[in-house]
Design a protein around this ligand. Structure first.
Ligand SMILES: Cc1cc2nc3c(=O)[nH]c(=O)nc-3n(C[C@H](O)[C@H](O)[C@H](O)COP(=O)(O)O)c2cc1C
Length: 219
């Protein structure tokens, strides 16, 4: 077994801690083909239930398509804003929650829930594991993007049926993630939502249980 060197370990943890959800500070520079190929291949090496590999990747550069998705986002975001009132609503409206047309590259990661690969291994007890596998692919890509100095932002505030129409995604394929990707002028030191006072990172000790729910003493 070949261990990671101290430097390699540090690189992995750096990617984890310095990954950000990026919606602003995108630069217009195109993402080179070899870099795109590397981050897609990182995604494709994610774990998947039964080795199902249920994902597909739609690489979107077309400005007209990105504009259609931006309009979709604007409509969905107006609807989403309605649940907030007063000061919370003002704070919500001030958030920038997508960089669809600012980023030179968008990527839709989908899940084919009928894919035969893997023979259904591992999915009988929990059929959602194909979706979880697809999210693992997204996270691999997100971390690889950070290592490549590419920002990536996940946009979930979308009408998924309209998105499927725009991208001509077949009815039995599920869009899991819509990502805005590009080089950035900076990566924030903290999550954007934390910086803007929307939410803070929970203390890890509040979330760790030992042996049974709510048993906090691990010693
Ligand atoms: C499933 C998922 C959906 C998300 N959807 C959005 C979104 O629609 N708009 C947005 O601005 N951020 C979105 N985010 C990013 C989160 O807001 C972000 O991950 C969180 O605030 C922590 O910040 P960080 O990723 O920079 O650590 C999403 C993240 C995940 C995992």
């Amino acid at each position: 077994m070949k261990h990671f060197s101290a430097e390699e370990k540090a690189g992995l943890y750096r990617a984890i801690y310095e990954r950000r959800d990026v919606r602003s500070h995108f630069l217009p520079d195109p993402v080179p083909e070899d870099v795109l190929a590397r981050i897609l291949d990182a995604a494709h090496h994610a774990p998947s239930v039964g080795f199902m590999q249920p994902w597909d990747f739609i690489v979107i550069r077309d400005a007209a398509i990105r504009e259609a998705v931006r309009e979709n986002f604007e409509r969905a975001n107006q609807r989403a804003a309605l649940i907030y009132e007063g000061e919370k609503r003002e704070r919500y409206d001030a958030l920038k929650l997508a960089g669809i047309t600012d980023a030179p590259l968008n990527l839709c990661v989908t899940c084919d829930r009928q894919r035969a690969r893997g023979g259904g291994l591992g999915r009988q007890s929990d059929p959602s594991t194909d979706l979880y596998s697809t999210v693992c692919a997204v996270q691999n890509l997100w971390l690889a993007a950070r290592a490549e100095s590419l920002g990536a932002g996940w946009v979930s505030i979308l009408d998924m049926d309209a998105l499927k129409q725009t991208l001509e995604i077949p009815s039995d394929i599920t869009p899991v993630a819509y990502l805005c990707i590009g080089y950035v002028s900076e990566f924030g030191a903290q999550p954007d939502l934390e910086k803007r006072g929307w939410e803070q990172r929970e203390s890890l000790t509040n979330l760790v249980h030992f042996d049974r729910w709510n048993r906090r003493d691990g010693r």
